[in-house]
Design a protein around this ligand. Sequence first.
Ligand code: ADP
Ligand code: ZN
Ligand code: ZN
Length: 671
Amino acid sequence: MSEDKSQNYFYYQVQPKAPVFKSFTYKSELKLNIGQRIKIPFGKRKINGFILKKDISSKIEEKKIKKIVEIDENSIPLSPKRLSWMKWLSDYYNYPLGSILDLSFLKENFKKKSIPLKSSLTSSFPEKALLKLNKEQEDCINKILKQTRFQTHLIHGITGSGKTEVYIHLIAHILKQKKQALVLLPEIFLTPQIVKRLEKSFLNQIALLHSQISFSQKKQAWKSLLSGQKNLLVGTRSALFCPLPRLGLIIIDEEHDSSFKQEDKFRYHARDSAIVLAKELDIPIVLGSATPDFSSYKKALDSSYKLYELKKRAFKQSLPQVTVVDLKTKAKKSPYFWLSDLLLEKMTSALNKGKQVALFVNRRGQATALQCASCGHIQKCLNCDISLTLHQNEYLICHYCSFLEKKPLRCPSCNSDYWIERGFGTQKIEEGLKQIFPQYKILRVDRDSISSEEEMKNFIKQVEDQNVQIIIGTQMLSKGLNFPNIYLVGLILADMDFHLPDFRAEERSFQTLLQMAGRAGRTDFGEVILQTFNPEHSSIIFAKKHDYKNFFLTGINSRKAWAYPPFSRLCLLRIDSLKEQEGKNFAKQTAELAKKLAIPFQKNKSIKYGIQVLGPSPAPLMKIKNRYRFQILIKGENYLILDQFLNKLFPKIPKKSFIQVKTDRDPFSMF
Ligand code: ADP
Ligand code: ZN
Ligand code: ZN
């Protein structure tokens, strides 16, 4: 086609699917839709792009404007609301918009194929007999349903208090109104029971999206949801990007779970992003947890979220008996310091009776803290109240501010010279138990041994068939599994995660403790042994009493004192480099630049500190895949100040080909 004079073109701002933050002008002979996927020439290649808006006033010379070469006829264009939500995500998480938009499209051919997108608005779904609700549940449902516009609701209910039942009633209501519902779960193959219940209640309406399904299953689920054949989507975090056309309700179960945060490439938090989407679409969103995230619970107490407490167990079950054992009394320097006499005795007796035993070890972090075996003392940073991390068995380093000291010979608090390094995990326990109980079959469950639905099913079968007597697992084992023959649950080192170099360490380990204790309570006569070096620690005391609220009220004070979230906002700059020295220099220069730019933010008298820049420091796992990692932590007094500051900083960070700078907004893990 000739490019001359009277040819009538339509001009569009197009976002290429490429690592760029700009959009570009393209033209087409056809009138296209905003939100549509297209193919464009970009550099030497042809790549996907997305139409952002009409371009009426481009200053680019006509001849230089390239033509759109192909149009995706297979998928529905994104709605303006979805588009503006994704622009927000791109700004907030500092990630290229094109790559985010791409998540809302299937990777398939652009040419129309035979499957028509017929719209078959809900043939009324089978009215299953729903359980009769108790007063707390009924109250919660009525209040939530009263609000048809945007509102964040938080259901705080102990395990077994009937949250799932509440979700089912809410979904049924939404489906009856011919709208669609989205349920996000942490990890589907770890939560088979809730999925089963949703499947039973919404037989023909449910579609699943998670990492364990094939592309053709994904495609089928996706199409049936877009056409309205199915109206309930249950999935993991990325299901958020399936552009449900009539979304009327979002539910996030286990909203505190760290798997909602994506930890590579596009580092978004699915819960936070879902709240922004709900706001954009003006629909309600329901968060549920037995152990809410501190930020969520605080917002609920501050009334920006509506709070519902389910305090009773819906079903007649007793909470398990929890016995706390102080590991400090264990004979020093025993190779099995992690096995108390009481746990050994209870294990022996349970196993003799043909019962199964489950032991939990929270091996989540790999950073090693140093703890005194006699008094439980932990070396912490003087600036940050964060446990120091052992490097080369010689130095202790703070991963927030890079404070450094030599490993002390003796404990400053009791003068003992017996330090233990915290950082051991399931494998070490397994080796020990094989020596102690050679006659029993032991199975280890962690991310190294189970990574697929298949392996999980196999594991469940082994336990159910009682082919194994001792199960050793990480908290992965605590998510929604129920084994009636497990009599005894042992938490090997309940305080293990308290000392991870992370301000959320205590919150997280408390959450895990409560989840595990909740697990054991599902059987009627379970027993829990909780081993710790810190029996007087608030997490232990409150976990023993299943008391979330008082744990929160205690913990939130120290967050406030140290100005950690939710009393501030964080952004972690992750710098990684092929060469150690260059990475180090770059990190140092960037930190200096940031500190200089922070000065004007600190001068205002009406604010406390405005912006604080901590670091640079080596990342806790400094060398990964032969790249060296450094980090700079930026703390903003609030969201707006941090936004303003980052907008000043980002354009000034120099681009180097051998160094990557990645932004982690609201970081969840410092590793
Ligand atoms: P959660 O999701 O909070 O762990 P569930 O919704 O799974 O709680 O409820 C726990 C158990 O109690 C389930 O077996 C469920 O069927 C049952 N249950 C829930 N609500 C009721 C109710 N109103 N009456 C009787 N049983 C209930
Ligand atoms: Zn000591
Ligand atoms: Zn520090």
